[in-house]
Design a protein around this ligand. Structure first.
Ligand SMILES: Nc1ncnc2c1ncn2[C@@H]1O[C@H](COP(=O)(O)OP(=O)(O)OP(=O)(O)O)[C@@H](O)[C@H]1O
Ligand SMILES: [Mg+2]
Length: 427
């Protein structure tokens, strides 16, 4: 058993970041195989050699379950730097997803879901064996016989697998960035979370996106704060947007592309269920306004932007309450009695209002009803006040991006408001 027992076929070898893959036939039996070798320039690097060892270990553990079978390999020689490492694996006839999409263009939702559901099963089996692929992308998924129902995952060269690490007691350096440019995940930053099944699930959502749109999602959040399906909205095929399953598909992207890992799909079961719901019949017959509104509402609150806005509304309510309490405490400290309504939001959360009225215990006189508002267009925040529903006076202006500073300013400017309230007693 040696690499020399195999003859490289004239077909062009595929060369990637880790190594090269060539088609080979066995000199005696004529059996077909795919030979993976390391690039000569990096073949002596300890970490790369361990990755090769780990890749073969992962393939062996998966035992042909949606991955190429291992025919022969010398991966156990990985610590002997003089040995040239090689792997001969089952040859998968067919294209990888990148080549398939280049050849055929984007594919239909039904076929895309067939691919993703099967890839999910394979990934899940890996997770069961404590193998995280960590480099799922269109180049690393092949379609056997170009058949959408038979995807095969290749390239476990970036994978982490517990058995390999335990056997060799090898520590992969955590201070490096992981992943690929197809879809960068925040948790793959240096010293991030590098062994998490949720990251593989996220990459699967990226592949679903690629199958339908023909573009790499690249980032979970664009510079405008948008997820790929909103950022690349113009690239979405019209046919897909007109599909009756479109809104339910958006839900998959809304959740799957969340920036924070704990807000994405947490388990493969969760993702499988959501994928199933994409094709389920709509819940109610046409004309059901409530269900339509409910779906639109859900869809809205799932978006990053909506969450950002919701967080801002909550921040405004707490800042407004802090101001109100601080006014109340200051007046009570000076012997005034204080009445009023606590901060609450109006106009869908864009305005937060409280009212306050003070009374002078000695003279029995009361101030006007002082109403304080904080209003936002989600970029700026403006405070204003009015007395007894009279004309509005502008208070402070700040930016939502620096709410912290704005809140400090409104609290430190409370004396101006107190003076304004007090003046309304005198008249
Ligand atoms: N068993 C196989 N049978 C047929 N083709 C294969 C097989 N394994 C890989 N390939 C093809 O070779 C390409 C490169 O393989 P692989 O991804 O394992 O190498 P790599 O050097 O790690 O690549 P990269 O670093 O670019 O991800 C794949 O994209 C796929 O098209
Ligand atoms: Mg690859």
């Amino acid at each position: 058993m040696a690499m020399q027992d195999w003859t490289v076929q004239p077909q062009e070898a595929r060369s990637g970041g880790q190594g090269s893959v060539a088609f080979v036939v066995h000199n005696k039996s004529g059996a077909a195989g795919a030979l993976k070798r390391m690039h000569p320039e990096t073949a002596k690097e300890k970490e790369r050699r361990f990755r090769f060892y780990s890749e073969v270990g992962a393939l062996k553990a998966m035992d042909g379950h949606g991955v190429p079978l291992v025919i022969e390999s010398n991966e156990e020689c990985f610590s002997d730097k003089c040995a040239e490492l090689y792997l001969v694996m089952e040859r998968i006839e067919g294209s990888n997803i990148s080549d398939f999409i280049s050849k055929h263009g984007n594919i239909e939702l039904t076929d895309a879901l067939i691919i993703i559901n099967r890839v999910l099963e394979i990934v899940e089996e890996g997770h069961r064996l404590e193998i995280f692929h960590r480099d799922l992308k269109p180049d690393n998924i092949m379609l056997r016989g170009d058949d959408v129902s038979d995807p095969v995952i290749v390239d476990y060269g970036m994978s982490w697998n517990k058995p390999a690490h335990q056997e060799q007691n090898y520590k992969t350096p955590g201070g490096k960035e992981l992943g690929n440019r197809f879809l960068r995940l925040p948790e793959y930053a240096p010293n991030g979370i590098h062994r998490d099944s949720r990251s593989d699930l996220t990459m699967l959502i990226g592949i679903l996106f690629y199958l339908l749109v023909g573009k790499a999602p690249r980032w979970l959040v664009s510079e405008l704060g948008l997820a790929p399906h909103d950022h690349l909205d113009a690239e979405m095929p019209e046919k897909l947007k007109n599909d009756e399953r479109w809104l339910r598909l958006r839900s998959v992207f809304n959740i799957g592309f969340q920036h924070r890992i704990e807000m994405r799909f947490q388990t493969s079961e969760e993702l499988r269920l959501k994928l199933k719901q994409v094709c389920a019949d709509p819940p109610e017959p046409k004309g059901d306004e409530f269900m339509k509104e409910l779906a639109a509402f859900r869809e809205k609150i799932e978006t990053i932007e909506a969450q950002r806005r919701q967080a801002l509304v909550e921040t405004m309510i707490s800042a407004s309450s802090a101001l109100e309490i601080s006014l109340r405490t200051a007046f009570e400290g000076e012997g005034f009695s204080v009445k009023g309504f606590k901060s609450n939001s109006r106009s869908g959360g864009t305005v937060v209002v409280f009212t306050i009225q003070i009374g002078d215990n000695k003279s029995g006189r009361q101030s006007g009803l002082f109403e304080h508002s904080m209003e936002t267009d989600f970029i700026n925040v403006q405070t204003s006040y009015r007395v007894d529903f009279g004309p509005k006076y502008d208070g402070m202006l700040g930016q939502t991006a620096d709410f912290e500073n704005f809140q400090r300013n409104i609290i430190s400017g409370k004396e101006i408001l107190m003076a304004a309230i007090l003046r309304t007693i005198a008249v």
